[in-house]
Write a protein that binds this ligand. Structure first.
Ligand code: CP
Ligand code: NVA
Length: 310
């Protein structure tokens, strides 16, 4: 049975959930991942359908949601702008009303957060943000789970963000405010993070550094992202010039904690935002990070559809 409106939750921004819900989700992720690694069948979502709507390209998000849903016994419908009426100007509200009468859960990757919010406001079923211009909460869920797996609690730790003040940076700030860690941010001028845009109230959860090396000093995790996000391709040349100093290299990793981790949501451009030595080096956990997208999202889908287990 679909959850009633009063029980229904969406995952549109990281701040939609509380710290204790994240503690629950990380514990469920650990259990679900262990079962998967032991080849134990776990299919609580039999007969449930996930619609995945992509208005931008994807490898990880599509594969992780699709494989995860099948593993949990459910099925998926994959829609893109090009092969649906979404690309022919059907209002997002109408699309939401129709799609959500036929499926149990919707994941959307789109441009403006406002479009995702409009879909959710007219949906009968939970909606998940699979990336917008503003936020990428499923990725940060995976990143923090990966940190916990490798190093334990993230509370009180320092995360260095080097690069664009983009959807990933905004979501890191939201996570820091909720989970009690600090983000050291270094971006080129003109690409800064902004508390209002990130949707945070507590400015003490982040500190800004002019130089990326200073942001990395004593960090427990160093992370970055592409210089040009999807949708901003027209700015590519301008950004390549502005970001040249914001390449995570071995000097930056050397001033971080000796056991600092390196993460990147991928896809990566070696020689731009990160050197090959760092992303392919011993401190990098990018492949675990990518795999964990699937495990955290299985826990997320279970939570949105079935609530707390046990
Ligand atoms: N990290 C991430 O969301 O990857 P995709 O764009 O391949 O889905
Ligand atoms: N910031 C990047 C992340 C890609 C997963 C983008 O929005 O394109």
């Amino acid at each position: 049975m679909k959850p009633g409106p009063s029980l229904m939750r969406h995952f549109l921004q990281f701040k939609d959930f509380r710290a204790e819900e994240y503690a629950y989700l990380f514990e469920r992720t650990r259990i679900i991942k262990t079962r998967f690694k032991n080849y134990e069948k776990y299919q609580p979502l039999a007969d449930r359908t996930l619609a995945m709507i992509f208005e931008k390209a994807s490898t990880r998000t599509r594969v992780s949601f699709e494989a995860g849903m099948y593993q949990m016994g459910g099925s998926v419908v994959h829609l893109t702008t090009g092969d649906s009426q979404l690309g022919r100007a059907e209002p997002v509200e109408d699309s939401a009303r129709v799609i959500s009468r036929m499926v149990d859960l919707v994941m959307i990757r789109t441009y403006e957060q406002a479009k995702l919010e409009a879909f959710a406001a007219h949906s009968r079923v939970p909606v998940i943000n699979g990336l917008t211009n503003e936020y990428h909460p499923c990725q940060i869920l995976a990143d923090i789970f990966t940190f916990i797996e490798h190093r334990g609690a993230i509370q009180g730790k320092v995360v260095a963000w080097v690069g664009d003040g983009n959807n990933m940076a905004n979501t890191w700030l939201q996570a820091a405010e909720i989970l009690g860690f600090t983000v050291h941010v270094s971006t080129p001028g003109g690409y800064e993070v902004d508390a209002a845009r990130a949707g945070i109230r507590d400015h003490s959860c982040y500190k800004v550094f002019d130089h990326p090396l200073d942001a990395c000093r004593d960090a427990h995790l160093v992370t970055t992202d592409v210089w040009t996000s999807m949708g901003y391709e027209a700015e590519n040349e301008e950004r390549r010039k502005a970001f040249v100093e914001w390449c995570v290299d071995e000097d930056m990793m050397a001033v971080a904690q000796p056991d600092a981790l390196f993460m990147h949501c991928l896809p990566a451009h070696r020689g731009e935002e990160v050197t090959a030595e760092v992303i392919d080096g011993p401190q990098s956990v990018v492949w675990d990070e990518a795999e964990n997208r699937m495990h955290v999202q299985k826990a997320l889908m279970e939570y949105l559809l079935l609530g707390r287990i046990g």
